[in-house]
Design a protein around this ligand. Structure first.
Ligand code: GLV
Ligand code: MG
Length: 349
């Protein structure tokens, strides 16, 4: 017997009357997932403006929301979902983790009230496939009860050592899986890493140049998150879902935020979280491909109309593999151009 559900069962609804799971995730531009504390009325008032500026608006119910405001955040999210037309902009919520006293009501109340408006539930501190299976079943029951026609996606945060050990199983757990985000703050704590930062590098995580005959030895700071990002990207790409970098906590260091976002982008991530308004422009810049790269990628596609064979462009060899690389960049550029007229002009698309 197979360990998981059989291929035929995998795509059956988990409750009678629930919508059929999607075979492919919808193609959507998700360069930034912008966090809003929904209990704060002043912040909710900014949502209509935000909708035009970001790709995803997320109402956060978990960490950073004070314990005595958890219920207000849940109610505020429902208000925010009802009061706005999100159009093409995604509407997500980050619920509290499954072992908390709030998770069940977060899911039941929100899906009952605004399940037809909600695109994705972000689930924190996912340890293994069992967490996804639980939420998957519960969502199917609620979708059936409330006649919701479109399945709600699940997005897992990778932020425990056990979660990282099980990342492939998490990515494969359900057709409801939208993607996975790296959560560097909780992950650092879970692993016993010695940093107090939310993402980014650490000045002591370095490689030192050889000592031979040197007096001043150069040292090079390394990327603390490289290994985890790479594992997460491979797990997500294998299972046809999307990988994201999570939070960058030092709002006073936009250059380091940009570097962290860009490393993730180059490694295969689709977007990052934005916790502060100043990070929206950074994410937009990083996760919209560079105009020069787009122009070069278009030259590759034009030089190899059927995607096969080999040609030289500016002294660089192009073949079937670089054609596929070029297609990744041009497909993304088209998606960006459809949403952002300034990028459409920049790319000439
Ligand atoms: C995000 O939730 C993190 O812990 O980094
Ligand atoms: Mg966290």
């Amino acid at each position: 017997m197979p360990a998981g559900r059989t291929p035929r069962q995998f795509f059956r609804p988990l409750a009678i009357g629930a919508p059929a799971p999607l075979r492919e995730q919808p193609v959507r531009l998700e360069r930034m997932i912008h966090f809003v504390p929904p209990q704060v009325e002043k912040m909710r008032a900014k949502v209509p403006d935000l909708i035009g500026q970001v790709d995803v608006v997320l109402g956060n119910l978990e960490d950073a929301i004070p314990i005595d405001q958890k219920e207000a955040a849940r109610a505020g999210f429902i208000t925010m979902a009802r009061d706005n037309d999100f159009g093409d902009t995604g509407l997500w919520t980050r619920i509290n983790c499954l072992n908390s006293p709030w998770a069940l009501d977060d899911v039941v109340d929100i899906v009952s009230a605004v399940g037809d408006r909600l695109d994705v539930i972000m689930l924190p501190k996912v340890e293994g496939a069992w967490d996804i299976h639980y939420l998957d079943q519960l969502l199917a029951q609620l979708e059936a009860r409330h006649g919701i026609g479109k399945p709600i996606g699940i997005h897992a945060i990778l932020e425990t050592a056990e979660g990282v050990s099980n990342v492939e199983d998490i990515a494969a757990a359900s057709p409801r899986m939208h993607g996975i985000s790296l959560g560097p703050a909780d992950l650092a704590a879970s692993r016993g890493m010695k940093t107090t930062r939310v993402g980014g590098g650490h000045p002591d995580y370095v490689v030192l140049a050889d000592a031979e005959g040197e007096t001043a030895r150069a040292s090079f700071q390394q990327d603390l998150w490289h290994y985890t990002t790479a594992r997460m990207v491979d797990a997500c790409a294998t299972h046809g879902i999307k990988a994201f970098y999570g939070p960058f906590g030092d709002f006073s260091d936009p250059a380091a935020c940009e570097a962290q976002f860009r490393n993730a982008f180059l490694q295969g991530c689709h977007g990052a979280w934005t916790l502060h308004p100043s990070q929206i422009a950074i994410a937009k810049k990083v996760y919209s491909p560079d105009a020069g790269e787009v122009a070069f990628a278009r030259r590759i596609l034009e030089a190899m109309p059927d995607g096969a064979g080999a040609v030289m462009i500016d002294g660089k060899m192009q073949d079937d593999a670089t054609w596929k690389q070029a297609k990744v960049i041009v497909d993304l550029a088209r998606l960006v151009a459809r949403k952002d007229s300034e990028y459409a002009a920049l790319y000439g698309l």
